[in-house]
Design a protein around this ligand. Structure first.
Ligand code: HEC
Ligand code: HEC
Ligand code: HEC
Ligand code: HEC
Ligand code: HEC
Length: 192
């Protein structure tokens, strides 16, 4: 689980604000509850720069859930072994993957991105509309360690939902309000 940042934001604001009191620790009004730049240390130093960058493995080779479901998914260690039965078998890090497969225990990857429970997000409509991964995750293929590149605030989502009909759906005549019998900006799209 990742740390709840409401606390952190409140503490930082308190410190920087030189004693100005923050209304509430839980829901700091006016502060965006964002985990931008969160970059946890992973149990195996898996590098996207090496795999998606230098080796040019497609994102969806590993994150194959993205096209059909809510979650993109993290690949099981057996997917890694498609290559690592041959590649770098001498590496102690690769030994950890092999051990995970042999003992049938998952690798405990630390989750980087997460929207709050009251927000509905699914990869499927985005990948279907050909929104590039990079628009929400940044230049992952250049990252040695994945970090949360975007703020993932409501404003971040809405900025694109306002222009998405023209940019991604080839619809330059309808306003967002006329889309899909409702708007991509309707509250109910993201808050069920
Ligand atoms: C060889 C498999 C593989 C490929 C190819 C790959 N990834 Fe990953 N990805 C992983 C693994 C394993 C993790 C979990 C460890 C980590 O966060 O680094 C991960 C984590 C992520 C995360 C963070 C997930 C979270 O916890 O929030 C994002 C975002 C991501 N990948 C996007 C991409 C994108 C975009 C591409 C293509 C440019 C890509 N990945 C290519 C294996 C892969
Ligand atoms: C399509 C092939 C392929 C897949 C799938 C793959 N890798 Fe790799 N991996 C490579 C290549 C190629 C290298 C670089 C080898 C070298 O150093 O020349 C590498 C290197 C690594 C290294 C660095 C080893 C070291 O000690 O320097 C780690 C760690 C690693 N991979 C982990 C993973 C994990 C975890 C997965 C599954 C999520 C995975 N790999 C999936 C091809 C792959
Ligand atoms: C429109 C924005 C957007 C796009 C495009 C997008 N993602 Fe995500 N991604 C997110 C958000 C938001 C989360 C956190 C979702 C949650 O908390 O359920 C996330 C989470 C993830 C995760 C970790 C949790 C999970 O869903 O399994 C991975 C891995 C990931 N994305 C990979 C990708 C890949 C690969 C692509 C491209 C094929 C992609 N994403 C495209 C916004 C996006
Ligand atoms: C870069 C542009 C972009 C960003 C950023 C983006 N979206 Fe989207 N979103 C789209 C597009 C394009 C569609 C597809 C609409 C369609 O097919 O009609 C979509 C569709 C959706 C849908 C499905 C709507 C429906 O009625 O089927 C949901 C839910 C959604 N987005 C939530 C989010 C959330 C939550 C975020 C922020 C975490 C977000 N989106 C960020 C472009 C974006
Ligand atoms: C495209 C997706 C999207 C749409 C549409 C959307 N929201 Fe949100 N909303 C989010 C996301 C993501 C968050 C969580 C991040 C944040 O608080 O900025 C959020 C958070 C919130 C919060 C909690 C703020 C807090 O401080 O915790 C409220 C209240 C809210 N939205 C109300 C609304 C209302 C009212 C509408 C319609 C006018 C709406 N939202 C439309 C994505 C959306």
């Amino acid at each position: 689980m990742r740390p709840k940042h409401g606390w952190l934001t409140a503490v930082v604001t308190l410190t920087l604000g030189g004693g100005v009191l923050v209304a509430s620790l839980g829901g700091c009004a006016g502060c965006e509850p964002t985990n931008q730049y969160y970059e946890p240390t992973q149990p195996i130093p898996f590098s996207h720069a090496l795999h998606a960058g230098a080796t040019k493995i497609q994102c969806q080779y590993c994150h194959y859930g993205a096209e059909q479901s809510r979650h993109a998914g993290i690949p099981a260690p057996s997917v890694c072994m498609n290559c690592h039965t041959e590649v770098r078998t001498d590496s102690p890090e690769v030994a950890k993957i092999r051990q995970a497969v042999e003992t049938n225990k998952p690798i405990e990857w630390v989750r980087v991105h997460r929207v709050p429970d009251h927000v509905y997000f699914s990869h499927e409509p985005h990948v279907t509309a050909a929104v590039p991964c990079e628009r929400c995750h940044g230049p992952v293929a250049e990252m040695t360690v994945v970090s949360q590149w975007a703020s993932l605030t409501m404003g971040f989502c809405l900025d694109c939902h306002r222009t998405a009909p023209a940019e991604f759906l080839g619809d330059t005549t309808s306003t967002p309000l006329q889309m899909r019998g409702g708007a991509l900006t309707d509250c109910a799209v993201c808050h069920h």
